[in-house]
Design a protein around this ligand. Structure first.
Ligand code: ADE
Length: 248
């Protein structure tokens, strides 16, 4: 069973979220074990202080290394345990990284903090720094939850396989549109082909609309995606159709 330890100053930001939905269910069903640790509890300071003024001066405070070091020491580690720090300086998180991390036995995620952390933490205690995107948040708690969510759904038996085989980014292009009943709602109709029962046509429609979505919304993804001959043909149709549409 995979295990994740999350080191944070704000366990209340993590605990209620992981109780819910798919993550909550995965924990209940023993598919994953998650421990949330407040590293303030490990502070040597008599007031449980974890931050201090930066050497060399400057504004703000920094989280010191001691409580993080001791919190890490308290965790049972395996040879393969991977320690991650969430920070905007990290490597960008993506589906490939989620897939890679979902293969690990044990992850420790240290939540960064807006004040900053003594750099000896990243230099000596951390294996990998990860950013969830090019924007700056107040702390690493939401990023840690995002990592956990993206990783857990890839674990065997957490979500039935076929529902993520078609995922955006696993297949490296965007999904086709999906519709459910009613077939018509207040004049809004679902595409006829989906009601036709013709699976060959339906597959063609799905492949094409998946390409169209990608072409219109994330053309950058097509650059790294090697198209089959069939897909090339469909993409050309889409390009022609979109040109026609833009003329109208
Ligand atoms: N902490 C603050 N901003 C962050 C980001 N974009 N990714 C990961 N951790 C962060």
């Amino acid at each position: 069973m995979m295990r994740i330890d999350i080191l944070t100053l704000f366990p209340e930001m993590i605990e209620p979220i992981i109780k819910e939905s798919i993550i909550g269910k995965a924990i209940k069903e023993n598919k994953i074990e998650i421990h949330v640790i407040n590293f303030r509890d490990f502070s040597n300071n008599k007031h449980n202080k974890v931050d201090d003024y930066p050497f060399g001066g400057g504004s703000g405070m920094l989280i010191g290394i001691q409580p993080i070091y001791d919190a890490l020491q308290s965790i049972d580690k395996k040879k393969t345990t991977k320690v991650i720090l969430t920070t905007p300086q990290g490597q960008p998180f993506n589906q490939m990284k989620a897939e890679e991390l979902s293969q690990e036995e044990h992850l420790i995620i240290i939540c960064g903090h807006y004040e900053g952390i003594d750099d000896r933490v990243r230099e000596h205690l951390v294996d990998e720094e990860i950013s969830i995107g090019d924007y700056v948040l107040t702390g690493g708690e939401l990023p840690a939850l995002i990592l956990v969510d993206a990783i857990i759904r890839l674990l065997p038996e957490v979500i039935n396989e076929s529902s993520h085989q078609n995922d955006s980014f696993s297949t490296r292009i965007l999904e086709h549109p999906h519709y459910t009943r009613p077939a018509e709602f207040q004049g809004m109709k679902v595409p006829d082909v989906l009601l036709s029962g013709n699976h060959k046509l339906i597959n063609r429609y799905r492949m094409k609309e998946s390409l169209r979505n990608t072409y219109l919304k994330r053309p950058d993804l097509l650059k790294n995606y090697s198209l089959t001959d069939k897909e090339k043909k469909l993409l050309q149709e889409i390009i022609d159709e979109e040109k026609q549409n833009n003329k109208k």
